[in-house]
Design a protein around this ligand. Structure first.
Ligand code: UD2
Ligand code: MN
Length: 358
């Protein structure tokens, strides 16, 4: 009996340990690894409180990102696979949609994403005199950017007292984050990646599904909404899309980590607007920041700062949705015929008057 008593104890302990290890691996595999391997959050905000009753147990909760469920009996015009825009290309060679007016149905898309109760974060930097652009940016965003969705705008500024009061609709809010000023515009522009990365890490993980990072010296003119949602979202720069890629202003020095060789690259993307799912934008910001810092250590600054690093990143890591130049035009540029609607554009500015250096 004594022998038995002595034997049972270690066996029980071993069994308990094995059970605990089993639980640990179960948790690690399904919840921790799934968010990286499948690029979905373990439980996005959209599923935290109001989970649909009929959902599959969240072993691998991919349904929240990819499942496109429409309300029953939703009325909309019949789609066609032979009629549509013929003057533009609406898909990349890696089969990502290129969003142009006339390629999507806004009512249909909104009704799909309304059910998901998505939260969208926006970052906008207004450092130094660029604070002057903020009012118009915020006012036009109220009118056109994800109207009737949950939007949280994060303003980064060194002049928090000068942030204008703008009435925001229910479900929309603004948070001001203080950042140091700088006497080099290149640094202000490039440091955005680091601050975006930090914001995602520290603040957004629990509250947002998607993020868009936008230039403040810009304004909305018409709808920018759910058609723009995707894993990794890039916007085609309005200045170069008719050019041969040899003419794109990529960083051309091989010693830079933003280097793109002649004959390489897909499109030239804007630094002034990009976005996507939090985890995708986190990877982008993290990579661009570390490549930018590595370059700085070697005494090199890419031709167009973080825009060059972003272009290098998007060449290797293809965006899953590409937004046409409707999503970032320039006010000084006459509208090209294929651009039926300008949704967002850079305002005309006097560089010498607003930048801290030339
Ligand atoms: C439309 C577009 O794609 N613009 C990009 C382009 O030139 P831009 O001429 O549009 O650059 P910019 O002067 O607007 O600077 C980019 C952004 O940095 C912020 N800022 C800049 C300077 C300053 O003193 N205070 C301040 O807050 C502000 O949010 C501004 O919108 O190339 C830049 C390269 O560095 C960035 O990639 C911009 O995003
Ligand atoms: Mn700009």
């Amino acid at each position: 009996m004594q022998m038995n008593g002595m034997n049972i104890k270690p066996v029980t302990v071993i069994l308990l340990v094995l059970l605990l290890v089993g639980f640990y691996y179960y948790y690690y595999y399904y919840y921790y690894l799934s968010q990286y391997r499948f690029n979905v959050p373990p439980c996005p905000t959209s599923c935290s409180t109001s989970e649909p009753k009929d959902r599959v147990p969240d072993v691998i909760p991919t349904d929240y990102v990819f499942h496109l469920k429409t309300p029953d009996h939703l009325q909309y015009s019949q789609p066609s696979i032979v009629k549509g825009r013929t003057d533009v290309v609406a898909v990349t060679p890696w089969l990502a949609p290129i969003v142009w007016e006339g390629t999507f149905n806004p009512v249909l898309l909104d009704s799909i994403y309304k059910q998901k109760k998505i939260n969208i974060a926006v970052t906008v930097f207004a450092v130094g005199k660029y604070i002057m652009f903020l009012k118009n940016f915020l006012e036009t965003a109220e009118k056109h950017f994800f109207v009737s969705f949950n939007v949280h705008i994060y303003v980064f500024t060194d002049r928090p007292k000068e942030v204008p009061k703008v009435n925001m609709a229910p479900g929309r809010q603004l948070t001001v984050r203080s950042v140091p000023s700088s006497n080099r515009w290149q640094e202000i522009s490039a440091r955005r990646m680091e601050l975006i990365q930090k914001l995602i890490e520290e603040q957004l993980r629990k509250h947002s599904d998607y993020i868009f990072c936008l230039d403040v010296d810009s304004q909305f003119h018409s709808r920018w909404g759910t058609e723009s949602l995707g894993g990794l979202v890039a916007v085609i720069h309005p200045g170069y899309y008719l050019d041969d890629r040899g003419k794109f202003p990529y960083e051309r020095r091989p010693e830079s980590r933003a280097y793109v060789a002649h004959g390489e690259g897909d499109f030239y993307y804007c630094g002034g607007a990009f976005g996507g799912l939090l985890q995708e934008v986190f990877l982008l910001a993290n990579t661009c920041r570390s490549n930018f810092e590595e370059d700085a250590k070697n005494g090199i600054e890419a031709a167009w700062q973080e825009e060059s690093h972003l272009n290098r990143y998007m060449w290797i890591n293809k965006p899953s949705k590409v937004l046409s130049p409707e999503y970032l035009w320039q006010d000084f540029k006459p509208r090209n015929p294929e651009v039926k609607t300008i949704r967002f554009s850079g305002v005309i500015k006097n560089y010498a008057a607003i930048r801290p250096n030339v």
